[in-house]
Write a protein that binds this ligand. Sequence first.
Ligand code: AMP
Length: 284
Amino acid sequence: MKITKSISSLKETILSWKSGGEIIGFVPTMGFLHAGHLSLVGLSKKKSDKTVVSIFVNPTQFNDPRDFQNYPIDLDKDSDILDKTGVDMLYLPLMEELYPGGEKSNQIWVIPEKLDKYLCGAARPGHFRGVLTVVAKFFHQVNPDIAFFGKKDWQQARIIEEMTKSLFFPIEIILGETIREDDGLAMSSRNVRLSPKDRKEANIIYKSLRETKEIFEQGETDSEKLRNILAEKLSSSQNGEIDYAEIVFRSDLSPCKGKIEKGGALMAVALFYGDVRLIDNMEI
Ligand code: AMP
């Protein structure tokens, strides 16, 4: 596996691959890799000739500086895993190249218009501005044919799909399913920051989503009632504090009203355990 830090050497390699007609797949991550990330790598290896993975903890998408400071990092382990998985290139962007003069000096931002009005966009002001800006930078640098994102971060995936269309990036976006721990908790790099007690309790997120989905499948289609059921199930958590528990349209992420049609909605949840914020969702 090639490891590159500079944009120039990244571009040189990508260009040589592309001139040989090879399809480039790209998986951007913030590292501290788990099976969720690796499922995207697996998709990329299936669909592309060369797979590039980036690891960069992007400061501009953290609305909470403590969350940024505490974000887990283990580059040696990550690089070992990616090498063994058969990734072709690990891109470790340099802060000074991505944000010359520091992130506060960044002049041009990519800002979503509507899709960030709800869920994490509402709960984390500026978050998606940071995400879109860094992903746009990466798209220009890596110039992939296909980029892979996880449905676990549904809103992020939807906003990136729209940015790709809107800014005419010639990139296909492919979404991967959420990979879960044995007890149903969605894998996340932040899970290691949970206390043992909170970690044990955190499967309530998946359980609540599943049980609410069952109630929907048994015939309860009123969005308001389902939203209340979901929130009530989550609130039985001792230590978890609900940030949001929503039922939204999958396409524009606005809150559902009245009756829900099968196949169009998404239950989306964010829960705090102390300062660790976990998100999850389930299609209904
Ligand atoms: P992150 O490193 O958390 O920024 O995530 C990098 C990519 O992996 C994003 O596209 C995420 O949506 C995706 N991802 C994170 N967790 C999971 C998971 N449990 N299952 C599938 N994809 C995931």
